[in-house]
Write a protein of this length. Structure first.
Length: 339
């Protein structure tokens, strides 16, 4: 039995050819899958009943199940999706009230080997990579469930996207071509996998690169992110500079603000100095406390002071709106299991 979700137009044509149907039928099926997000073949109403019956004998729309769905008071929806092998990942749909943007935050791996100390996913360790089809199924599942069209995709769910780069790149190509999501509306986030960042720089794509920095210096970063032992802030700085030089594009710096650890005036000054020659925007993310560690969210006053000091250094700084904290869908809270 073939699964239609995730197939290219050419692959769908192979199915319609096997049923001795025209290439136009393949185009119709392709539209139903990617643009109209149907759940069943019977919903493809511009195909004849006879053809739908034939198609149902050899194909189905999807083999991914929504195991749990949670809706936050702010409209954020978190899904726990189950793949046919029983492995699960979380994917999140964020809506921003005054914008038409619907952003899917997708996972790229089951579990994660990077094991950042603030992250619920890292606690599980690495289980396996997701295929590109499994990645795009997350967006299709959201679209099928809500009937809405996702406009932006961020690879900020579970897993380190750059440790599954081939599948992530293929998924991005499909988001761009099949879902008609502009490359500039795709963001890949990394904990700082330097060789893969250099590879991305060579590809010169239109998408955004987000770097999870989270610390102003080597000592603090080591406490938060084990990856600092492998690719330290010095090599990360060189990789970011190389990326900006090669692509001309601005990097997004993600910085989790944790009370008493990296939210001080000294930290803001060190961070400004570290980033002074990197073309970037800075996204401050006040930490969302979880049961898994003792980190705390800074006060609003500290957040604003930190922001002010960075802005003073000439950077554009935003404080990320907190989405879905009441359903554990906020940054660092995804686990990929029912708990
Ligand atoms: S924050 Fe990202 S890179 Fe770090 S452990 Fe969690 S999923 Fe992995």
């Amino acid at each position: 039995m073939k699964t239609l979700s995730g197939l290219s137009l050419k692959e769908i044509e192979e199915i319609t050819d096997s049923l001795k149907a025209s290439k136009f039928r393949a185009r119709q099926i392709h539209n139903w899958i990617y643009l109209k997000s149907v759940k069943e073949i019977d919903e493809m109403t511009d195909l004849s009943v006879k053809f739908r019956e034939e198609l149902k004998q050899i194909a189905r729309v999807s083999d991914v199940k929504i195991k749990v769905k949670q809706v936050s008071s702010d409209g954020t929806i978190k899904y726990l999706l189950e793949y046919p092998d029983g492995e699960c990942v979380e994917t999140v749909l964020m809506r921003f009230d005054n914008r038409a943007n619907l952003t899917a935050c997708v996972s790229s791996q089951v579990g994660c080997a990077v094991n950042c100390s603030f992250c619920a996913t890292g606690k599980r360790g690495f289980i396996r990579n997701l295929s590109y089809k499994e990645i795009i199924e997350q967006v299709l599942s959201i679209q099928r469930d809500t009937g809405l069209k996702v406009t932006n995709v961020v690879f900020m769910g579970q897993g380190e996207p750059l440790l599954n780069l081939d599948n992530v790149l293929k998924a991005m190509e499909i988001f761009n071509e099949n879902f008609q999501i502009g490359a500039r509306r795709l963001t890949v986030s990394t904990s700082g996998i330097v060789p893969q960042m250099n590879k991305l720089a060579e590809l010169d794509m239109q998408s955004t690169l987000a770097v999870s920095l989270h610390a102003p210096n080597h000592e603090i970063r080591k406490k938060l992110m084990q990856i600092e032992n492998k690719y330290d802030m010095k090599s990360l700085h060189t990789a970011m500079k190389n990326y900006v030089d090669k692509t001309g594009r601005r990097i997004t710096i993600e910085y989790l603000l944790i009370k008493g650890l990296n939210d001080t005036i000294q930290s803001a000054k060190e961070l400004a100095e570290y980033l002074h020659d990197i073309k970037c925007n800075i996204n401050l993310i006040p930490y969302n406390p979880t049961a898994d560690n003792d980190y705390q969210r800074p006060s609003n006053n500290s957040i604003m002071k930190f922001k002010y000091l960075l802005e003073h250094s000439g950077k554009k700084v935003t404080v990320r709106l907190e989405r879905g904290a009441d359903i554990d869908a906020a940054c660092g809270q995804l686990k990929g299991k029912v708990s």
